[in-house]
Design a protein around this ligand. Structure first.
Ligand code: BGC
Length: 591
């Protein structure tokens, strides 16, 4: 897998020094309102225009909130008051003629639900003053925070014969982890117990990864051993003993899998969407359906690391790869995720959680909103609806710290914002808890149910041991301050493979924080992220140099050392030395 941060050139860069961001809700007062929305539609919008200005240029973030009926396709128009000139723009396409700018959607973010938002950003140059535009128009309608009523309202609106909230007809509960134990995978448990000291955690629940078609029936792979899905479900019923039990399964076999990296490339080629549907998702759904009326609650985490790659690793970004461009162009990630959501979601006791990357990947403004929009698009693809999504999972198989206590994005050290430090690098978030809670809000604003909950994978983000900081770093400069205080001791937050120094994180627990359904160990600790040199295998897995400890990096990790442990086996295979280090550096420490 890969978890790739946003490109350093597409947002504010740390080279820029300037006044703090100016945020303004721009409300037009002088312009006439020109209703140009479709007939019989309410139209209205608000625009939040935020600027990081460094004197001769600036980066703007523009958030459009649709207050009217849902739109599919948008254009935002404004005039600059000065000589501002857009130099590059992301998450949209633009034209500029003199002072007049017109920005249209980028395709994947064309739909804006009622009360939903989309964001785009741009860099611009200017001289003289840099006043904000006075007014914006969305599809020809002035964004003044008001809604123009439907000129021909439906004369017979639905009187809502059932004023009570409809109970979920599937019988799903709000948080499946409440009042339930969680399945312990005997294959992982035996591997853990065989390690010195492993007994301390061998009874913890971990995810069951269906990482290829053969894993459904059981294929003697190091990950699944000789247990197929049905074997696991039967064992789960034993463990349940008549009480509710969460069974965590990872759906991980998209066509063209892992398009920005090589370590977890899979068995299906980029165009093999039909095999994905017919030979992978359908058989899984058929088996799960046999356990529909049991006490099992099936938590299905959907396609780790797929959708964010279509935001951050495609053309227009310096981090682009041809493989991710192909998966964006052929639509098979979106189609596959939509199909998985719809097909698995049709089984009453399945709770779908879509993978949402982590803060060190999509925490930047130019990735955050667009990722949420893309998730919404996938939740409406291939027969899926947003009701098929129970929530999202952050940090799967990653190492981002749960909470950083010793620095925050609101702080300034010697006049320099913490966001400007090399480590934070203008990210909006510094840890997974803050990121997951904020992303939940963003997802709701995009149109997902306000009942969605988040999972956070805490399997390997503990960062304990003797090197764990006990207080903030020195205030000599912003980098010393952040680096001295941070728990996450990676070389760069874009590093993702078998990270040296990591420890087990919070033990799995239910409803630990507002908006968080559970901390989970979705990645089974001790299973490798990728081999540190090429090892021949029949799983489709490649060799990614991010798993080689001598690798000096690329644009996706700020050209930093990989930070990977040496002598690692193929992704998913047992990696004893890593497991030992995870035990040693566990935080909270093991009893
Ligand atoms: C591998 C999978 C494995 C999973 C869990 C991934 O990196 O590609 O084969 O099942 O990790 O260890």
């Amino acid at each position: 897998m890969s978890r790739i941060p946003r490109p350093a050139t597409s947002g504010p860069s740390r080279a820029r020094r300037g006044p703090a961001a100016l945020s303004a809700l721009v409300v037009g007062t002088a312009l006439a309102v020109v209703p140009a929305a479709p007939a019989n539609a309410d139209a209205g919008c608000a625009v939040d225009y935020t600027v990081d200005d460094w004197g001769s240029g600036f980066t703007a973030n523009v958030e459009i909130t649709n207050l009217g009926d849902a739109v599919d396709g948008w254009t935002l128009d404004w005039s600059f008051p000065g000589n501002q000139q857009v130099t590059n723009l992301w998450n949209g396409t633009h034209t500029q003629s003199g002072a007049d700018v017109s920005v249209s959607d980028a395709g994947y973010n064309a739909a804006i639900a009622t009360d939903g938002s989309v964001s785009f950003g741009f860099n611009a140059s200017y001289s003289g003053s840099n006043a904000a535009p006075l007014a914006f128009e969305l599809n020809g309608v002035l964004c003044d925070g008001a809604v123009d009523p439907d000129p021909d309202p439906d004369p017979d609106p639905d009187p809502d014969p059932d004023p009570d909230p409809d109970p979920d007809p599937s019988g799903r509960v709000d948080n499946p982890y409440v009042g339930a134990d969680v399945y312990v995978n005997p294959v992982w448990s035996a591997n853990a117990a065989a390690e010195p000291g492993g007994d301390a955690v061998a009874d913890e629940p971990t995810g069951v990864w269906l990482d290829r078609i053969g894993a459904i029936e059981g294929n003697d792979s190091p990950t699944t051993g000789d247990m197929g899905l049905r074997d696991h479900l039967d064992e789960a019923l034993e463990q349940a003993g008549g009480d509710p039990l969460v069974f965590q399964v990872v759906i991980y076999n998209l066509p063209g899998r892992d398009c920005a990296a090589l370590a977890s490339n899979g068995e299906l080629g980029p165009d093999e969407i039909d095999r994905y549907k017919n030979e992978y998702i359908d058989p899984i759904a058929d088996i799960l359906a046999d356990y529909e009326d049991t006490e099992l609650r099936i938590v299905a985490t959907i396609e780790i690391d797929s959708l964010p790659n279509l935001v951050t690793n495609v053309s227009g970004r310096p981090t682009a790869t041809p493989e991710c461009d192909e998966m964006l162009a052929n639509g098979n990630y979106i189609e596959g995720v939509g199909y998985a959501l719809a097909t698995l979601g049709a089984v009453d006791n399945v709770y779908n959680y879509v993978d949402a990357g982590h803060h060190g990947w999509i925490g930047w403004d130019d990735n955050f909103g667009p990722s949420a929009q893309l998730f919404y698009q996938a939740a409406n693809a291939a027969g899926a609806t947003p009701d098929d999504v129970h929530g999202f999972i952050a940090n799967t198989a990653n190492y981002s710290a749960l909470k950083e206590d010793h620095f925050s994005v609101d702080q300034t050290i010697g006049g320099v914002p913490v966001r400007q430090s090399d480590w934070v690098d203008w990210n909006r978030y510094v840890d997974e808890l803050g990121f997951a809670q904020a992303l939940r809000q963003e997802l709701v604003s995009q149109g997902f149910s306000s009942d969605i909950g988040m999972l956070i994978d805490t399997s390997r983000n503990g960062w304990g041991g003797p090197d764990r900081p006990t207080g903030p770093g020195p205030e000599t400069d912003v980098n010393a301050y952040v680096d001295g205080g941070r728990y996450d001791r990676r070389v760069n937050p874009g590093n993702w493979c078998n990270q040296a120094g990591a420890g087990l994180g919070e033990r799995p627990q239910t409803a630990p924080e507002p908006g968080i359904d559970a901390y989970v160990w979705m990645k089974p600790p001790g299973e490798s992220d990728g081999s540190s040199e090429f090892i021949d295998n029949d799983e489709g897995k490649g060799f990614d140099r991010m798993c080689d400890p001598t690798y000096e990096g690329n644009v996706r990790n700020g050209n930093s050392m990989s930070g990977a442990l040496p002598d690692a086996p193929v992704a998913g295979h047992w990696f004893s030395a890593q497991f030992q280090e995870l035990l040693d550096n566990a935080y909270p420490p093991l009893d």
